[in-house]
Design a protein around this ligand. Structure first.
Ligand code: SAM
Length: 253
């Protein structure tokens, strides 16, 4: 089953990417690069523990407080990680957070919605990037995933965040024109993990992509309704399909 799905996935991207397909294919099979973000909210030098333990890292050239691990060592065993000083995070996750926080720079007390928030990697990053100003409403429809969100908000000291648990598709009608900024980090077909996670390749199909596109389109329309006039929305996914990215944005414009 998963072999058939992978073949259909590959045929689709061979058609779209032509001779660039082999680079795409090879890149997806590489082990993920390991990065971490240092929590700047507490006045603690979390990097010191890594230095003492001889754990190698390099500063990221683009993002402050963001580092690439140069050793294959489990940072998750460090006290810094266990006490919320370090969040293991891919650089692509910090881009939407960085974009939204910059757009909110001129607001003293921004009111922000993170519509699909668990486990909270972007919520905790956003809370930090806006210096805990204003209010972030972190919404997550899944009750089990809501627990991981609560855990991370507490662990990383994100005290300007309150949580809700409703279907994001109703938020626009519940709270029209309410938020200065909205992050819609949408559920998706997870194509970035297709070779690394057997469940993702087993579940992938053109039907799944269409199903996710429909859900994402309903979520983005709802998010747009919840945005104040002049507000900023950032839409992100961790998938490649044109349907779930440009297709969703196009449906709103
Ligand atoms: C890509 S993940 C979010 C990851 C998160 N932003 C982070 O950086 O840690 C998408 C989330 O959307 C949630 N979700 C799925 N359908 C939803 C809906 N209709 N309304 C709100 N959240 C939804 C999923 O349970 C999942 O936790």
């Amino acid at each position: 089953m998963s072999i058939i799905n992978l073949k259909r996935f590959e045929d689709k991207y061979k058609y779209l990417l032509g001779e660039k397909f082999s680079d795409f294919h090879d890149a997806l099979q590489l082990p993920p690069l390991k990065y971490f973000r240092v929590n700047s909210v507490r006045n603690i030098d979390y990097l010191k523990e890594l230095d003492v333990k001889g754990i190698g890292y390099l500063s990221d050239p683009y993002f402050n407080d963001f580092y690439k691990l140069t050793d294959d060592v489990p940072v998750s065993d460090t006290i810094s990680f266990l006490t919320g000083g370090v969040y293991i995070q891919n650089p692509s996750s910090i881009i939407p957070v960085d974009m939204l926080s910059r757009a909110l720079n001129d607001k003293e007390e921004p009111v922000v919605l993170d519509m699909c928030a668990a486990p909270g990697g972007k919520t905790t990053g956003l809370s930090e990037k806006i210096d805990r100003r204003g209010l972030i409403v972190a919404n997550e429809v899944s009750k089990s995933r809501l627990k991981s969100l609560h855990f991370n908000l507490e662990k990383y000291g994100a005290w300007n965040v309150k949580t809700t648990s409703v279907d994001g598709r109703v938020v626009g009608k519940m709270l029209p024109e309410t938020f200065d900024g909205i992050l819609l980090d949408a559920p998706c077909s997870n194509e970035n993990k297709i070779y690394r996670n057997p469940e993702v390749s087993r579940n992938w199909s053109e039907d799944l992509v269409r199903k996710m596109q429909k859900l994402q389109t309903e979520l983005i329309v709802s998010a747009y309704e919840a945005l104040k006039p002049g507000g900023i929305m950032v839409y992100s996914t961790c998938t490649f399909s044109v349907e779930e990215n440009e297709g969703v944005i196009r449906s709103l414009l």
